[in-house]
Design a binder for this molecule. Structure first.
Ligand code: ADP
Length: 352
């Protein structure tokens, strides 16, 4: 252990001595060179002049020596000069490079921003076109559909005796198909109307809105024995028709997707920052976690029409209304125990 330590110390001392010697060497070399340069300076020009004047070969040696020393001098001084220059040059280059990078980055960013804005504009335009198309298509499709339904019913009534059972069944399929299509088109129409037929928001007591929604649902409330309670509602600047629709859709779902016992529904309210958080809690059949997000997609349903009536447009409509107020809608649920639909609204952020 001790000998190892000694060995290490010895090595350290040797390295130190070597460093000192090399420093002295470098220093003395530089000293010798600088002195020689001084001497060379002293002899250089007179030697060259003498050589030119006399053109004698004997002077070539001192000229040669002096030239060599001058070259040393140049290397030495020029070396310092070059290092500094290179240093400055590199600094300059790095500044230029940084400048180029920054300017190309900002150029790229502004190009991306322009592209992004263009894409957003395109998206907005195509969204508006799509909404317009959905509105026009669903509006205009209603008329021919109505014609199909009424003429097939007319056919059934007028030619009852002449049509056999198969024929009557076929006519029945046509009528039923057309009716289903009519319902879908009507739903699509009301979905597209959220943006195309939006009313300017007005200060409204949300309790009145709830009362209207409950009135529209009174049949199903009575039939199911639902008990609906709610927190104190505020007065907010909203589109009355859309808010009735929003509450009505959520409440009718809470009643429709009930278990055997009568539905117990509570509408909760909480003030959050610049907006409001609403919740519609039920004790119904509940929803499995994997469907939480999918439910808000248009025409998405978890049950057949035979199990529960509907077309799968209620929640997408709610989502669209809430989004108009800069809010979000989501669900939390325990399968078999009940669900709570939450939504936020920020009346100041209304989009028109
Ligand atoms: P619809 O009620 O016409 O089926 P919605 O868009 O309103 O369409 O709802 C989509 C689906 O979400 C429903 O089919 C149902 O499966 C599910 N759902 C909605 N609300 C509830 C609820 N309160 N409890 C359980 N499931 C629900």
């Amino acid at each position: 252990m001790n000998s190892k330590f000694k060995e290490e110390r010895m090595r350290f001392v040797i390295i130190l001595i070597l460093i000192i010697i090399s420093c002295l060497l470098i220093y003395s070399i530089e000293l010798i060179l600088r002195t020689s340069i001084l001497v060379a300076h002293f002899f250089y020009f007179p030697s060259i002049l003498a050589c030119l004047w006399w053109k004698k070969k004997g002077l070539i040696v001192p000229i040669f020596l002096a030239t060599i020393l001058i070259i040393f001098h140049l290397i030495l001084d020029y070396g310092v000069f070059t290092l500094e220059t290179i240093n400055n040059f590199l600094r300059g280059i790095s500044l230029v490079v940084v400048g180029i990078v920054v300017s190309s980055l900002s150029e790229q960013i502004s190009r991306r921003e322009i592209e992004f804005n263009e894409i957003m504009e395109d998206l907005k335009r195509s969204n508006e076109d799509l909404q317009q198309f959905a509105y026009v298509a669903s509006h205009d499709l209603q008329e021919p559909l109505r014609a199909i339904v009424s003429f097939s019913q007319l056919l059934e009534d007028k030619y009852q005796d002449k049509i056999d059972t198969d024929g009557k069944e076929f006519i029945h399929f046509i009528t039923e198909g057309a009716k289903k299509m009519n319902t879908l088109i009507k739903d699509l129409l009301s979905y597209s109307r959220i943006t195309t037929h939006a009313q300017p928001p007005k200060l409204t007591n949300l309790e009145m809105i709830l009362q209207d929604a409950l009135f529209n649902l009174h049949e199903s409330i009575k039939e199911s024995g639902a008990v609906i309670t709610y927190d104190k509602m505020p007065i907010l600047k909203v589109d009355k028709t859309q808010f009735i629709q929003l509450f009505q859709n959520l409440l009718s779902n809470a009643i429709k997707f009930r278990r055997k016992e009568p539905p117990r529904i509570h509408i909760g309210l909480k003030k959050i920052n610049s907006g409001w958080l609403f919740s519609v809690k039920d004790n119904g059949i509940g929803i499995e976690l994997e469907y939480f997000n999918k439910l808000f997609n248009i025409f998405y349903r978890l049950h057949t029409k035979e199990e529960y009536s509907g077309t799968g447009i209620g929640l997408p409509i709610c989502k669209k209304i809430v989004q108009r107020y800069g809010g979000k809608i989501w669900v939390e649920s325990k399968f078999g125990k009940g669900s709570t639909f939450f939504f936020t609204i920020f009346p100041e952020k209304i989009k028109d």
